[in-house]
Ligand binder design. Structure first.
Ligand code: ZN
Length: 301
């Protein structure tokens, strides 16, 4: 055979292989679509499913009953592919799909304090400590410094970086005629143990699960006004507008109890640094949700 002929044959063989592959691919896709149709999904639903889900996720769907919430779930802004089966399961209990996404992302489709894992302390000011992420009993933050009585009730301490930013914030608020006061700050595991022993799950975190052990959380109030009343003060209003500029976020907002696991606390602020605090505030998410989506899933926080 001439060289030219061999070349021709090779080209024809390659062309046939490509053609067959394309046919098989299209056929495969068609059979997926018809399988989804058999499950009860509409044409529009099928198009979204095929466009957005991986082959393995589609196979999972095909092993489950038709779910009317599937397309709403995968179209949600904070959808995380790994959570698909949990969203579907939880959507049988909760009709609000946005809530389903938030609750599953933060792990609150399990009971509080179950499926817990150790907080990633290497993340420093970004670390997440909540009812699913704990600090070990021997975790001691470095750089803990006392807080002057000028800015706090007696006997408080906090991480140096947080203290510096708190003092800047205190001064800015003070220029507006406002007076902030710290009434809770860094707590050791043992401090939290004592607090928990005197209380219960409704009012205190279990030891290891309190943000106060990070040295990054402050309870901020004003003269004579503590607890729920703090919400009605000018100091609170000022913090709402300005705390992020100093790196602080309101950690347990109103209406998010089912996501944070905490009652609304107008006084509890967490330091995460100005850049992240600003992003969290702008997102309108709790830190638990923000962390799950941006820090853990997107690796971008
Ligand atoms: Zn607190």
């Amino acid at each position: 055979m001439k060289k030219e002929e061999i070349k021709k044959i090779i080209i024809i063989v390659i062309a046939v292989i490509i053609l067959v592959s394309i046919i098989l691919l299209v056929k495969g896709c068609d059979s997926t679509k018809s399988d989804l149709k058999k499950k009860g999904y509409s044409k529009d639903e099928i198009n979204t499913i095929v466009e957005k889900l991986s082959e393995s996720d589609i196979n999972k769907i095909l092993n489950m009953d038709y779910n009317k919430n599937l397309v709403s779930i995968i179209n949600e802004q904070y959808y995380i592919p790994d959570n698909l089966e949990r969203y579907l399961t939880y959507s049988n209990k909760n009709e609000n799909i946005k809530d389903v996404i938030s609750i599953v992302n933060v792990g609150a489709d399990s009971d509080w304090y179950t499926n817990t894992k150790e907080a990633n302390v290497d993340e420093g000011i970004k670390m997440l400590v909540n009812k699913f992420h704990y600090l070990k009993d021997d975790y001691l933050p470095d750089d803990i410094v006392p807080i002057s009585n000028w800015y706090a009730y007696d006997g408080h301490s906090i991480k140096k970086e947080v203290y510096d930013k708190y003092v800047s914030m205190w001064k800015a608020a003070n220029e507006q005629g406002l007076r902030l006061l710290v009434n809770s700050s860094y707590r050791t595991f043992e401090d939290q143990q004592k607090e928990y022993d005197m209380s219960n799950d409704d009012y205190a975190s279990r030891p290891g699960f309190s943000e106060h052990q990070t040295g990054l959380a402050l309870d901020i109030v004003t003269d004579d006004i503590i607890g729920n009343e703090f919400e009605n003060t000018d100091e609170f209003k000022w913090l709402q507008e300005n705390a992020h500029l100093y790196g602080f976020i309101l950690r347990y907002p109103k209406g998010k109890e089912h996501i944070t696991g905490y009652n609304y606390e107008s006084w509890h602020y967490r330091y995460v640094g100005k850049e992240l605090a600003t992003k969290v505030k702008e997102s309108g998410l709790t830190y638990d949700e923000y962390y799950a989506y941006y820090c853990e899933y997107k690796k971008a926080c």
